[in-house]
Design a protein around this ligand. Structure first.
Ligand code: DMJ
Length: 618
């Protein structure tokens, strides 16, 4: 009994000691980072250290008490040590052994009875001692753990993210400069909004593409690919919503099936599903996301099998039959063809298979051949000849996109006008030679794009581009379906200028969403912002983009830094590697040495870097 108790005590003690050692490690991390994080955190830190030392002293006391007790338990009143018992029993007959079990044997030998009694009492005390030891340590550890967690929360609320990683020093230093309690409080509100949107989707539309909040139903607007769920993966991860992410991940692993006899939009499926899965992979390093991304990309790939390499707009996911819709006269769309590079190049980088990159880069090569001098390609492209339809519209709104950037920015400047008398900028659309005074809400990404692109210019030109980016712009639509473009621009402008006015504008927009679009079962759009008439759709991009950009607008710029991540058009961040690195990884890829205008976002090579901001490790 004593031997058994001793082993138990030892192992329990060892386990608890390991736990305390882990806590000590976390304490050291906190010590490093708390010092630089202001008076309140320092106070908390001291409070923590006091408690921790109390715990440590207690551990030492108990440890020495425990060590002192060990020999004590061996001596007074203990039964003889096991080896001599063994020796004695070896020399005894079996009947002599059995009689030790008889009560009458002990009744005749009161001294031995007393010895047995003392042994029993000692074992009981040992067991009781062990239990109380375990209880004390458990209480102590859970108190210390609570303290550590509370401090982590304080640090996190102060904009400081900890990870047990060698690079932590740099991260924290950067974050330290960016602590802002107002932004932190706003960010928490955005997180709460994400939870409301997500929980509503889980409750009423789980596994379907989108939620119809008023009718409390799901709808498969993208062919039943779980669009909202896949679109939300990285947002959940970035916001540290671990359980929700895990649940979504399990659905992807077990239920996401692309074998659908459905004419899918190549563009929408690429930006939402391929982009969403790749981003989840880059963030979590969970291979299931890469497998699924590859599966859906393989099904989309036949869309690029045209004589020009310009992809078709639709494809049957089960049969691989591609086509362009009749409503667009059988032509391909500029925005589709010129946007999918990011996901397909990234996929080649992560899988080591160059075929995705080749298809996507061929498109840019074709655009180079037909690129006009003002850099403004129209929205419709013939997939067979690879030429632009000169009579079709030029727009930075729906169906248009950017490329050969610098040339087309000159073209963009020629499309800008100002309203009178309010003096707001807007970007016109062009039909033939005439400009039409229309700027739709999809073009609201323009200020962010200008701000992001300005850095590549000479100082004077950069200032001109930046000035235009900072101008107030006006759009001419009366509906609002919670699109992300304006918030996206504000996030870029705030990060690139450091001007907190952009955060305040974002906060105003968020509050307006909360007031006008939040209902008990999710978020809806407004058919008309003047009347406030609600629609019945929670768009998947609201969770993928709008809420993510809002969250980033109130986070330090080093959180998902522009130096390391690039966002696809659905706001899915992909880890950047340089073209040089990517060529090393891929070997001889056709398209190597292609013009610099091709986007250089080529996957994660070094796994270590994503612990740097990993909220799940906090
Ligand atoms: C999103 O799906 C993407 O941002 C896309 O590029 C444009 N439309 C919506 C958001 O408005």
């Amino acid at each position: 009994v004593l031997g058994f108790s001793a082993v138990n005590i030892y192992s329990t003690f060892g386990k608890k000691k390991t736990l305390l050692l882990n806590l000590r490690k976390r304490k050291n991390l906190l010590r490093n980072h708390s010092i630089s994080s202001g008076k309140n955190i320092l106070l908390l830190y001291h409070h923590y250290i006091t408690i921790f030392h109390r715990g440590e002293e207690s551990l030492t006391t108990r440890s020495s008490r425990f060590r002192r007790r060990q020999p004590a338990r061996q001596c007074p009143g203990d039964p003889p040590p096991a080896p001599s018992m063994a020796r004695r029993s070896q020399s005894s007959s079996s009947s002599r052994v059995w009689r030790h079990l008889s009560l009458s044997y002990y009744l005749r030998r009161p001294a031995r009875l007393a010895l047995l009694f003392l042994g029993f009492v000692a074992a009981t005390i040992a067991a009781w001692d062990r239990l109380s030891l375990v209880r004390d340590y458990e209480a102590e550890i859970s108190r210390l753990d609570e303290e550590v967690n509370r401090l982590h929360d304080q640090l996190r609320n102060a904009g400081i993210y900890l990870a047990e990683d060698a690079n932590i020093g740099n991260i924290i230093k950067k974050h330290h400069l960016e602590v802002d309690p107002v932004s932190n409080a706003r960010r928490e509100k955005v997180k709460e909004a994400m939870l409301h949107a997500w929980n509503s989707y889980v409750k009423y539309a789980w596994g379907q593409d989108e939620l119809q909040p008023q009718s409390k139903n799901g709808v498969n607007s993208f062919g039943g690919l779980g669009a909202t769920l896949v679109d939300s993966l990285d947002t959940l991860y970035i916001m540290g919503l671990k359980d929700e992410f895990q649940k979504a991940r399990d659905w992807v692993a077990e239920s996401l099936n692309f074998d659908k006899d459905y004419e899918a939009s190549v563009f929408e499926t690429t930006i939402r599903v391929v982009g969403g899965l790749l981003s989840a992979y880059d963030l979590s390093a969970d291979k299931i996301f890469l497998e699924k991304a590859r599966d859906i990309a393989d099904r989309l790939l036949p869309a690029w099998d045209t004589s020009s390499g310009i992809p078709y707009n639709r494809i049957n996911l089960a049969q691989g039959r591609a086509s362009n819709p009749r409503w667009n006269g059988g032509r391909s769309i500029l925005a589709d063809s010129g946007t999918e590079q990011l996901e397909f190049i990234a996929l080649s980088q992560r899988t080591g298979d160059p075929k995705y990159q080749q298809k996507a880069e061929n498109v840019i090569r074709q655009f180079q051949k037909i690129f006009p001098s003002d850099g403004l390609l129209p929205i419709n492209i013939n997939p067979h000849s690879g030429t632009a339809e000169s009579y079709s519209t030029i727009t930075f709104g729906a169906m248009g996109d950017r490329k050969m950037w610098e040339t087309s920015m000159e073209g963009l400047l020629s499309l800008t006008k100002k309203t009178s008398p309010s003096n707001f900028y807007y970007v016109c659309e062009k039909n033939g030679d005439s400009l039409s005074d229309k700027m739709d809400e999809l073009a609201c990404f323009v200020p962010g794009m200008l701000a992001l692109g300005a850095s590549g210019y000479s100082p004077e030109k950069a200032e001109q581009i930046m000035d235009l980016a900072k101008e107030d712009m006006v759009v001419g639509t009366s509906w609002n379906i919670l699109r992300p473009e304006t918030i996206e621009s504000l996030m870029y402008l705030w990060r690139l200028t450091g001007n907190k006015t952009y955060q305040d504008w974002g906060w105003d927009i968020f509050q307006a969403f909360e007031k006008n679009s939040r209902i008990e079962s999710g978020y809806v759009g407004l058919k008309d912002v003047k009347t406030g008439t609600k629609d019945d759709m929670m768009q998947s991009f609201f969770l993928a983009e709008t809420l993510k950009y809002l969250y980033l607008l109130f986070s330090p710029p080093s959180f998902i830094s522009f130096d390391e991540w690039v966002f696809n058009t659905e706001a899915h961040p992909l880890k950047i590697v340089t073209r040089h690195d990517s060529e090393g990884a891929l070997g001889a890829v056709e398209g190597k040495g292609l013009a610099d205008s091709v986007i250089q976002t080529l996957g994660r090579k070094h796994k270590t870097s994503f612990v740097e901001f990993d909220p799940f490790k906090v």
